[in-house]
Design a protein around this ligand. Structure first.
Ligand code: ZN
Length: 245
């Protein structure tokens, strides 16, 4: 099965449209979304509609749950908390229903573990260093797990529990074959990349061979930034889109 994996859209409609268009050019059987449809960006309703229409798996992320009022936003940065409250107030009943209708924060599909944040803490843990990744690989039931949340396209792998773990950032064009050993991979963020490449990120995966490819798409960042400013959301949420961190 050919799958496109997306994550962390964050209500960035121009980025989501660019990625869906690239996915349609390739042609896939399913689209899996690892969560955070909303938060930070200015088009939550339309993004939720598109994700609900197009994705076969839609996980909930911490920003989705925060906008619903289902988790505390005390640990959010000020701008993230502002955006969560703005999203809650801005979404109509239909949008709130779509948000509430997103799935769990963790599921298994085709034998692959899908988590918003991490296998041992699907809501909050940022997996960005090798010690954490090692603990996650020890905790995860599946040989291969896909995660979002950090907004950094990367992967961790080791042959088995006694082998040394290796980690790599996954820039545009990175290809992997995850057919042996243990893996934890993050496709990167569609709507708010934080790995220095401001282009929208996604990953394709062929589930029999377990070959995966990391992709980045140009999109009109100025439109997404303008929408954030017009919505009255914090300016730096617009500025950071151009920097990709
Ligand atoms: Zn996120």
């Amino acid at each position: 099965m050919n799958v496109a994996v997306i994550s962390d859209i964050h209500a960035n409609l121009p980025a989501l449209e660019a990625v869906l268009s690239a996915i349609d050019d390739v042609g896939v059987d399913e689209i899996w979304c690892l969560g955070d449809a909303v938060g930070y960006g200015a088009d939550p309703e339309r993004c939720l509609e598109l994700i609900s229409e197009r994705c076969d798996v839609c996980l909930s992320g911490n920003h989705d749950l925060a906008a619903l009022g289902e988790i505390e936003i005390a640990s959010f940065s000020t701008s993230a908390a502002t955006a969560a409250l703005w999203t809650r107030e801005t979404l109509g009943d239909e949008g709130l229903d779509l948000l509430a209708g997103l799935g769990e924060t963790a599921v298994e599909r085709e034998g692959i573990g899908l988590f918003h944040a991490s296998p041992r803490d699907p809501v909050w843990e940022y997996v960005i260093d090798t010690d954490q990744a090692e603990d996650c690989l020890n905790a995860q039931e599946q040989r291969v797990a896909l995660i979002g949340h950090s907004h950094i396209a990367l992967y961790f792998t080791r042959m088995d529990e006694i082998s040394r773990l290796s980690s790599e950032l996954a820039s545009d064009g990175t290809d992997l074959t995850m057919n042996r050993g243990q893996w934890l991979a993050n496709p990167g963020s569609v709507g708010q990349p934080r790995d220095g490449d401001p282009r929208a990120a996604w990953m394709d995966l062929e589930t029999e061979s377990m070959r995966a490819g990391f992709h980045r798409e140009d999109y009109p960042i100025d439109l997404a930034a303008e929408a954030i400013r017009e919505a009255g959301l914090p300016d730096h949420l617009a500025d950071r889109l151009f920097q990709g961190h």
